[in-house]
Every structure is written in structure tokens, then in C-alpha cells.
Ligand binder design. Structure first.
Ligand code: FES
Length: 70
């Protein structure tokens, strides 16, 4: 997953910014990420399927951070 790619188009937030936010704030759930970072809370397409429907999503990013892959 490319950390420079925008993952939430509505909030103009990159994957790298999401990863850093999860780690820095010890985010424990996807819904906590959505409410505290204010990403994925507009059109919501980035939450599970990805804005471009290719799986580049907040849920995948979140699970990869928690598994130590990101
Ligand atoms: S792309 Fe993230 S809320 Fe629309």
C-alpha cells in the first residue's frame, strides 16, 4: 500500500497520515479512527471498499497497522 496515496478523498488524507494517526493516538477501532480523525465520515466509500473500489480502504489500512504490516 502506497503511503503517499490519498485514501480518503473527501478529507484529502493519505494512507501515511492515517497510519501515523492510528499509532500516535493508539486508535483501537475503525469507528474510533473515523470519529477522532474525521476521515471516512462523508461519502463513506473509503471505509470498506475504497474510494476507487479497489480495496484501498480505511478498514484494510487499520487491520494492516494492527497486524504490524504498516
Ligand atoms: S472518500 Fe472518505 S469519506 Fe468520502
Amino acid at each position: 500500500m502506497n503511503k503517499n496515496r490519498v485514501i480518503c478523498q473527501c478529507s484529502n488524507v493519505t494512507l501515511g497520515e492515517v497510519v501515523n494517526f492510528i499509532k500516535k493516538n493508539d486508535i483501537q477501532t475503525l469507528s474510533q479512527l473515523v470519529s477522532e480523525m474525521e476521515v471516512g465520515d462523508k461519502c463513506e466509500s473509503c471505509k470498506y471498499k475504497g474510494f476507487e473500489e479497489d480495496g484501498f480502504s480505511l478498514s484494510k489500512a487499520f487491520s494492516r497497522v494492527k497486524s504490524g504490516e504498516l
